[in-house]
Design a protein around this ligand. Structure first.
Ligand SMILES: Nc1ncnc2c1ncn2[C@@H]1O[C@H](COP(=O)(O)OP(=O)(O)O)[C@@H](O)[C@H]1O
Ligand SMILES: [Mg+2]
Length: 492
C-alpha cells in the first residue's frame, strides 16, 4: 500500500484527501490484518472442530444427528441475511472513520489558521459531529448483532430441544441407551462454541471485505504518469531541454498551456514571466513528468522524456518548488535528501551557495539541528534557502527554480544570485521569479499569458521592443537595486 502511495503521480494527490489515505493505510489495513491473522485461524479451528464433532455424532446415531441438524438450513439463512444487512453498514463505518481522520488531520495541520481566525470551537464542533455520526453508525450495527446473535443461539437451542424430544423417546422405546443419549448431548454441546464463532467470523469477514475494498481501490489505481515498457535510463545528460508545441490540461477540459515552444540549449537559462495563474508552474511540472503533456512533446537531449525511466530522468533534474517542504529531521539530512551519501564538505558548500551556511552554524547544534515538529522553527526565507541548498547539492544538469526566492529578502536574493550565476554556468536552468534581478541575466525570457507565450527574447531586446514588457518590469517586478532595504518582502 505504501509503495503504491509513493508511486502514484501528482494528479492522484491533487484529488486525494490526506486523511482519507491515512485512514485507509491504518484503520482499513488493521481490519484486514485482524481478519487475516485471528480470523482465518479461528475459521480453520472452528471448521475442524465441527467436522470432528459431526463425525462422532454420526457414529453414535445418524438419525439423531440429522434431527439435530434440522435447524441448520435456517441457521445458514439467518447468517446470510445478517451478512448482507451488515455489509453496507461496515462500508459506511469505515468511510465515516476516514471522514473523521480527515477532519482530525486538517484540524491539526491547519491549527495555525484555526487559531489565527479563532475558530477552535467550530473545529471542535465539527469533529464532535463526525464523532457522533461514527458512534451512531456503530450503534446501528450493534442493533443488528443484538437481533441476529440471539437468533442464531436460539436456532442452536432448538436443535438441542429436538434431540432431547426424539432422543428421549428413543430411550423410552429402548432404541438407544440413556448413556448413548447423554454422550450424544455432551458431544452436541461441543458445537455451540464453533457455531457462535462462525457467526463472529462472518461479521469480521464482512468488515474485512469492506476494508479490503477500500484498500484495493488504491492498489488498483493506475498512476497517470507511467513508465513505458522498455524505457531506457538517461545516463549522461547534456541538459538540452525542448518543449515542442506543448499543450496541457489538468482536467482534459480547460487548456492551461497552449502550443508552448521553448528551447533551452545545454547550460542556458530560461526565465518564465507571467501573472499568477498564467501557467508558469504548470510548464515546469511537465519537465520532470509530474504530469504528462496533453499534446506535443518534451525532449531532453533530443529524446522524448517519455522514453526514459522516471527515476533516471528525475535524477538529472533539481527542483526548488513553490511550496517548501522539509522533513522533520536534521538540517543536514534535509540538505542531503537527494544525495544521502554526500560528505559534510559537500553539504556545507551547497549551504554556502544558498546563503544559509552562516545561519546554520549559529545554531547550537549546527547542521545537526532538527527542523520541523520537535526541533527549531525556520523562517520562510530560511526554509527556502535550505530547499535551494538541497537542490544544488544533487549537482543535476537541469535546475528548476519556481519562485524559489519569493520569501527571501532582496539582499539575500542578490547574494544567492551571485552564487547561482556560478552554478548556472554549466546547468540548464528554468527560473520563475518575480524580481527583475533574477530574470535580467537569463539567456531567454518568455512571457506567458493565459497559457500562451506572447513574447520572448533577452531582457534588452524585450525592453526596447515591447511596451508590455516595460509595464511588467515596472509593475510586477521589484527594482533590482539590492541596497534599498525599503524594497523588502512583497511579491505578486
Ligand atoms: N493541480 C491542479 N489541478 C487543476 N488545475 C490547476 C492545478 N494547478 C494549477 N491549476 C490551474 O492551472 C492554471 C495555471 O496554474 P499555475 O501553473 O500554477 O500558474 P502560475 O504558476 O503561473 O501561477 C491556473 O488557472 C490554475 O487554476
Ligand atoms: Mg506557480
Amino acid at each position: 500500500m505504501y509503495r503504491k502511495l509513493q508511486q502514484l503521480s501528482f494528479s492522484f494527490y491533487d484529488k486525494a484527501q490526506t486523511g482519507q489515505l491515512m485512514s485507509r493505510a491504518t484503520a482499513d489495513i488493521e481490519m484486514l490484518r485482524r481478519f487475516l491473522s485471528f480470523g482465518i485461524l479461528r475459521l480453520v479451528s472452528s471448521f475442524l472442530t465441527m467436522g470432528f464433532v459431526v463425525a462422532f455424532l454420526l457414529l453414535r446415531s445418524p438419525r439423531l444427528t440429522l434431527l439435530s441438524m434440522s435447524t441448520m438450513p435456517f441457521l445458514i439463512a439467518v447468517i446470510y441475511i445478517f451478512a448482507t444487512k451488515i455489509r453496507p453498514r461496515y462500508r459506511r463505518i469505515q468511510q465515516q472513520m476516514a471522514t473523521m481522520t480527515s477532519v482530525l488531520q486538517e484540524g491539526i495541520s491547519g491549527v495555525r489558521v484555526v487559531k489565527a481566525f479563532a475558530q477552535e470551537e467550530r473545529e471542535i464542533e465539527r469533529f464532535r459531529r463526525e464523532n457522533w455520526e461514527y458512534l451512531d453508525q456503530n450503534v446501528t450495527t450493534v442493533r443488528l448483532w443484538a437481533f441476529f446473535f440471539p437468533l442464531m443461539a436460539f436456532l442452536g437451542g432448538v436443535g438441542g430441544a429436538i434431540v432431547l424430544w426424539f432422543g428421549g423417546n428413543m430411550v423410552i422405546t429402548g432404541e438407544i441407551s440413556l448413556g448413548d443419549l447423554l454422550a450424544f448431548q455432551t458431544l452436541l454441546a461441543q458445537l455451540i462454541m464453533p457455531v457462535r464463532m462462525v457467526g463472529w467470523l462472518v461479521n469480521m469477514a464482512t468488515q474485512a471485505g469492506a476494508a479490503g475494498q477500500r484498500v484495493f481501490e488504491i492498489l488498483d489505481t493506475e498512476s497517470e504518469v507511467r513508465e513505458k515498457p522498455g524505457a531506457r535510463n538517461l545516463r549522461e545528460c547534456q541538459g538540452a531541454v525542448a518543449l515542442n508545441s506543448v499543450s496541457f490540461s489538468y482536467d482534459s477540459e480547460n487548456m492551461v498551456l497552449k502550443d508552448v515552444n521553448i528551447e533551452a540549449p545545454p547550460g542556458k537559462s530560461v526565465a518564465i514571466l507571467g501573472a499568477t495563474g498564467s501557467g508558469k508552474s504548470s510548464i515546469i511540472n511537465l519537465i520532470p513528468r509530474f504530469y504528462d503533456v496533453s499534446a506535443g512533446s518534451i525532449t531532453v537531449d533530443g529524446t522524448d522524456i517519455r522514453d526514459f525511466t522516471l527515476q533516471s530522468l528525475r535524477s538529472h533534474i533539481a527542483i526548488v518548488s513553490q511550496e517548501t517542504f522539509l522533513f522533520s529531521t536534521t538540517i543536514r539530512d534535509n540538505i542531503a535528501y537527494g544525495k544521502p551519501d554526500a560528505t559534510d564538505e559537500e553539504v556545507a558548500a551547497a549551504a554556502k551557495a544558498a546563503q544559509i551556511h552562516d545561519f546554520i552554524v549559529t545554531l547550537p547544534e549546527g547542521y545537526q539541528s532538527k527542523v520541523g515538529e520537535r526541533g527549531i522553527g525556520l523562517s520562510g526565507g530560511q526554509k527556502q534557502r535550505v530547499a535551494i541548498a538541497r537542490a544544488l547539492l544533487t549537482n543535476s544538469r537541469i535546475l528548476i527554480l519556481d519562485e524559489a526566492m519569493s520569501s527571501v529578502d532582496v539582499e539575500t536574493e542578490y547574494l544567492i544570485q551571485l552564487a547561482l550565476a556560478e552554478l548556472m554556468k554549466n546547468r540548464t536552468t528554468f527560473v520563475i521569479a518575480q524580481r527583475l534581478s533574477t530574470v535580467m541575466g537569463a539567456d531567454e525570457i518568455v512571457i506567458l499569458q493565459d497559457g500562451v507565450i506572447t513574447q520572448r527574447g533577452t531582457h534588452a531586446e524585450l525592453y526596447s521592443a515591447s511596451e508590455d514588457y516595460r509595464d511588467i518590469v515596472h509593475l510586477q517586478l521589484q527594482r533590482p537595486e539590492p541596497e534599498e532595504p525599503a524594497e523588502k518582502g512583497g511579491g505578486e
